[in-house]
Design a protein. Structure first.
Length: 267
């Protein structure tokens, strides 16, 4: 394992001058990863329960896929180096918040906020940070809702709180992010600016389609139900060029408002 091999090569930096001490470090690291793997299982269980309840109550699944990962040892090492930190268990726990990661892919934008809202209202889930790249896309065009939460894991002798990063996207957002990564990853491009601009425009168009599909679904689901008048919600992209691609849409509702209040208050 590269991380452990690097640790061997940096025995002085790790303050390990005995083989027994290194073995202890390796054991602690392995146990720490087990704990974060348990935290992932906790989040996955919560999301699956919510998805099953939606399927029973509303005859549809808001979550299409759930994927998870533990940060690879070499990625942990690079992140510690960027932060100019020693390779220690304490530094890994204290300074890296995305060791455990879960990505959920939803059908529609409003599903993202609904699921996030329901998850954050659970009394054993503590929100640490939230970044809404749907309402405030990155310059590249990337869109997703990022949550860092803390959940308890119950071991044989103790309870521990462990952090998990949750990325929430629509199918369309996930498609764009995956293709963008494949096109640009580890490639020395001469026309970088042109390609970046085209990818940004594609992200805008894909987002427009996301909200059009959400509107169409609303018309189908509520075709025979009298609807109260609701205010028109502007779509999240800040680029004015994309607004013309949208039609009037239903409000995202209280889930979106709740999350935005948290963002604005910094809670």
């Amino acid at each position: 394992m590269e991380f452990v091999n690097e640790a061997i090569n940096q025995i002085d930096a790790l303050n390990i001058d005995k083989v027994d001490e290194f073995r202890e470090f390796r054991q602690e690291y392995t146990h720490l990863m087990m704990e974060f793997r348990c935290a992932i299982m906790e989040i996955e269980t919560k999301l699956n329960v919510l998805n099953n309840e939606f399927a029973l109550s509303y005859n549809r699944n808001p979550i299409q896929t759930i994927k998870s990962r533990l940060k690879k040892p070499d990625s942990l090492l690079k992140k510690l180096r960027r932060k100019d930190l020693d390779v220690t268990i304490e530094n890994i726990e204290k300074h890296i918040s995305d060791i455990a990661g879960v990505r959920i892919v939803c059908s529609f934008p409003e599903d993202i906020y609904s699921i996030a809202d329901l998850l954050l209202h659970q009394d054993d889930v503590r929100m640490i940070d939230i970044k809404d790249y749907i309402k405030h896309p990155k310059d590249s065009g990337y869109r997703s809702l990022h949550l860092i939460v803390e959940v308890p894991i119950f071991l044989s002798r103790e309870k521990k709180m462990r952090r998990v990063e949750i990325q929430c996207r629509t199918i369309a957002m996930d498609f764009w992010a995956s293709v963008e990564h494949q096109l640009k990853y580890n490639k020395d491009l001469e026309n970088t600016e042109e390609i970046t601009e085209e990818l940004r425009e594609c992200a805008d168009v894909i987002t427009a389609v996301d909200f059009r599909m959400q509107e169409i679904r609303g018309k189908i689901e509520y075709a025979d139900v009298p609807q109260p008048e609701t205010k028109v919600v502007e779509p999240p992209p800040t680029d004015q060029r994309i607004f013309k691609l949208y039609r009037k849409e239903r409000s995202m509702g209280s889930s979106h408002d709740y999350l935005q209040d948290l963002i604005e208050k910094g809670e």
